[in-house]
Design a protein around this ligand. Sequence first.
Ligand SMILES: C[S@@+](CC[C@H](N)C(=O)[O-])C[C@H]1O[C@@H](n2cnc3c(N)ncnc32)[C@H](O)[C@@H]1O
Length: 513
Amino acid sequence: MADAASIFIIPPPYHHHLSHTSNSSFCTSIRTPILPTQTPRRRNHSHHHQTLVVRCCITTTTTANQKKNPISWGCDTDSLENASALQKWLSEAGLPPQKMSLQRVEVGERGLVALKNIRKGENLLFVPPSLVISANSEWSSPKAGEVLKRNGVPDWPLLATYLISEASFMKSSRWSSYISALPRQPYSLLYWTRSELDKYLVASQIRERAIERVNDVAGTYNDLRLRIFSKYPHLFPEEVFNMETFKWSFGILFSRLVRLPSMDGRVALVPWADMLNHSCEVETFLDYDKSSKGIVFTTDRPYQPGEQVFISYGKKSNGELLLSYGFVPKEGTNPSDSVELSLSLNKSDKCYKEKSEALRKHGLSVSQRFPLQITGWPLELMAYAYLAVSPPDMRNSFEEMAAAASTKTTSKKDMRYMEIEEQALQFILDSCETSISNYTKFLQGSESMDLDVTSPKQINRKLFLKQLAVDLCTSERRILFRAQYILRRRLRDMRTGELKALTILNGFRKFFK
Ligand SMILES: C[S@@+](CC[C@H](N)C(=O)[O-])C[C@H]1O[C@@H](n2cnc3c(N)ncnc32)[C@H](O)[C@@H]1O
């Protein structure tokens, strides 16, 4: 699935990063998009005379009118509602016969399950380009598409707007069966409230990433509204194009958009292929196959009939999977797992100003997050630690250290400053230990945590979010424990080594005396 780093009109803040189980009884519909009036927007290519017959808003309550004739975007993913309509439409629209079918599954609620024996190395899917939603797709409201393109709107916000526009056309959009089978409320941290993020992710740096993302989505929507929607209200009425509908469409993009390497990294929604769930045990990914002219993936393991077929959403940490897809893999199963460690310059440092200036020059700030993996940490983190602990007489090296701490600096040598190596390692260890104690406090407190619910309906949701947070924090703390162990051992070896050297030196001194 696509990486979300480059979606925004407003550039996202710099991220310094490399790269469960589902609960089917969980009620997802706490803030459900509902269309109160059920008449679709009419196709009308002359925008001057376009009559908007739909009034769309997102509510948390259901009116009598909606109860009578409920129409909403998407469906509940814990049911197979709309799945057969999707499969029927896909095969009529040109999807060749498949070796998999859409079923209820244990991992991921709905997923694709093998109908026949599938060999390792087989190509599956073959979704033709005509069934792919990309920035070039035709709009049911061509004028709306023209306006966005004329204004140079990038792919992600363009696709988010496209999805809302097509959803509002309901049955008269060619994507109606696809949109009806999309989740009504995508699982992603976009749907956690600020107080849920603060409460459940208090120990994890993912909380900040989620807040940044929520703000980026809001900023992107506001930017579109100011620059474009407010100038063409007949094409982009606020009842349809609003913050809630954008949250939904971005939630869909974060969890389903695919980057296709063979199409110059173009991003696309690929109906059917986006029903495949992620496994950390496979490495295969979706791509365009020039010879068969379709979106395919090549299996990297065999499957028997009845087994769920998986792809990889990329080498992502558990936190990143929670952020975009709303799930956390079982502890210890994700080889790409990492935790972000936050390092900060000490405000009382005599060279605080010079150091922060050097960092700023290289796009870094006085407080910076770095990924730790079970196998180690990046050179950038070590460089930042050297800078943080270096004394004033090393000011000539500040610039070099800051450059090495930036991921933007490509040529990197494994620089070492032996004279401050011990302090740098101790500095990282201290940060690890602060972080570990925050995780431990959260995990211990989570057992007796007040769920803060006002209605019984909310209990399932809160329990589900809490479990996701506990799973994430357990896996992140595990990596920190490993780093703590390695750092302590290194420091101990250094100190005993120094002690030995000192004893020998003293021996020499005595000898000369
Ligand atoms: C591309 S969609 C896959 C199809 C999805 N299961 C559905 O029913 O629409 C991605 C979503 O599937 C679910 N998912 C994918 N892999 C999962 C996994 N290993 N464990 C739990 N949920 C998973 C998450 O809800 C994620 O947001």
